[in-house]
Design a protein around this ligand. Structure first.
Ligand code: FAD
Length: 400
């Protein structure tokens, strides 16, 4: 009996293979650029333009709107490849991927068509959520949204607006001033074209890690948004956000796994066949071999973990807090484990890694950001621990 493969399936497989090839090619080019631009922290705008031209920023457009509708696992694959070339580009792309991938369902029809029509045509979406007063607890914003006829007026200070210079659109969060909505249920998110007024960069980004992400601080002063820009129904935004946490956790984990994978490759390349006056071949030293073995098995474990979660733990199901705890597992493990792999690679490469502009040095700096991104280590441990022990996530003692 002959098995007939559906045409869409074959076409999709071919498109996917082409996307992977293109991503690999771009990653090499981004790495060359990174070697020159990392020290100055120049924003990765040219790289983002090339990702748009390659169709990589449009992979999450839903099939019913003519798109590729990439799975979450496919997003993580591409992010790992891009991170191998440039952490800043991969993280900036990750923000866009998280927003576009997680918002394919449950949006109002108007926002959905506007968002994905724009993304199909080359839009780049960024998400300034973190507020001056909220830190990583951005479901409790300090930016306010005051109701006015037909819309809202936003005021506040946002930090870490990754990719702002390349943005054509923003998903921006704020707290509604309605008396009946207690935090965090006053959280609201708005999808807007990058505004020309009411928002300005007040502190340009200059980061120790991921320095080329352009994660500026933004002042929102009387920023006007329409009622139709509201992404989720009033009062329900935190629940919708929780049900999408898998996108943030797995895509962020992918970036840091991609960095670790590149560090490992660099360590192997630098060591194999390298001789000194004392040692004919560094690769023959047991210490080097053991380090390579440790890195390789650690990467294989992270790969298996992320693949498992990004394919089998993507549906929130009935128990939302348990699901969120689940999604913390790969993010927590991988962002911390990636640091160990990169540190080992650094040691294997040796003193040359300390030299200004070394690629392993850039990766060592970038990988430090992983555990600081939401959910931070403390929050991830709390969610996982409480869920495992059958304790509600809002039960005291806790921090918030
Ligand atoms: C390079 C980079 C790019 C970023 N890009 C974006 C972006 O595009 N959009 C965006 O919105 N944000 C972005 N962020 C911000 C990020 O999402 C987090 O909000 C931020 O890193 C954490 O906030 P904070 O550093 O202010 O720490 P805080 O939230 O002030 O936390 C400080 C410490 O207190 C602990 N802590 C705080 N609250 C709790 C709690 N409730 N329970 C347990 N422990 C707690 C934390 O674990 C941490 O150790 C970016 C961050 C970085 C580093």
């Amino acid at each position: 009996m002959t098995t007939v493969t559906p045409v869409e399936g074959t076409e999709r497989a071919l498109r996917w293979a082409a996307l992977l090839d293109r991503a690999r090619l771009l990653a090499r080019r981004f790495e060359e650029r990174s070697e020159k631009a990392y020290a100055s922290g120049e924003f990765v705008g040219e790289n983002i333009r090339e990702l748009i031209d390659a169709g990589i920023t449009a992979i999450n457009v839903p099939a019913d709107l003519g798109g590729f509708e990439a799975t979450l696992e496919e997003n993580t694959r591409l992010l790992r490849i891009i991170a191998g070339g440039c952490g800043s580009t991969a993280f900036t792309l990750a923000i866009h991927a998280v927003l576009t991938g997680s918002m394919r369902s449950d949006l109002s029809v108007a926002v959905r068509e506007r968002m994905f029509g724009a993304v199909r045509d080359g839009a780049f979406v960024v998400g300034p959520f973190t507020d001056e007063g909220s830190g990583g607890n951005w479901v409790r914003p300090s930016t306010t949204a005051r109701r006015v006829p037909d819309g809202f007026v936003l005021d506040g200070l946002k930090h870490f607006a990754t990719g702002y210079d390349a943005a054509t659109h923003l998903v921006v969060t704020a707290g509604l001033d309605d008396a009946h909505l207690e935090p965090p249920f006053n959280l609201a998110a708005f999808f807007v074209e990058k505004p020309e007024e009411g928002i300005e960069v007040v502190a340009p980004w200059s980061g120790f890690a991921l320095p080329m992400t352009g994660s500026h601080s933004l002042k929102l002063a009387g920023l006007r948004v329409d009622a139709d820009d509201s992404v989720f129904p009033d009062g329900l935004t935190p629940l919708f956000v929780m049900a999408r946490q898998q996108w943030g956790h797995y895509c962020f984990a992918a970036v840091f796994l991609g960095l670790a994978e590149r560090a490992y490759e660099l360590a192997v390349e630098r060591t194999r066949g390298r001789a000194t006056t004392a040692v004919s071949d560094l690769a023959r030293l047991p210490g080097i071999q053991f380090a390579v073995a440790r890195m390789r098995s650690s990467i294989a474990t992270m790969d298996a973990l992320l693949t498992e979660y990004a394919t089998r733990h993507v549906d929130p199901g009935e128990d939302l807090p348990a699901f969120v705890a689940d999604t913390c597992v790969p993010k927590y493990h991988i962002t911390n484990e990636a640091e160990h792999v990169v540190a080992t690679a650094f040691e294997v490469i040796g003193g040359s890694g300390i030299r200004d502009g070394s690629r392993i040095g850039q990766i060592w700096r970038d990988v430090k950001a992983g555990p600081l991104l939401p959910f931070t280590n403390d929050m991830a441990r709390e969610f996982i621990g409480k869920a495992t022990l059958g304790i509600s996530p809002v039960e005291t003692p806790r921090w918030v």
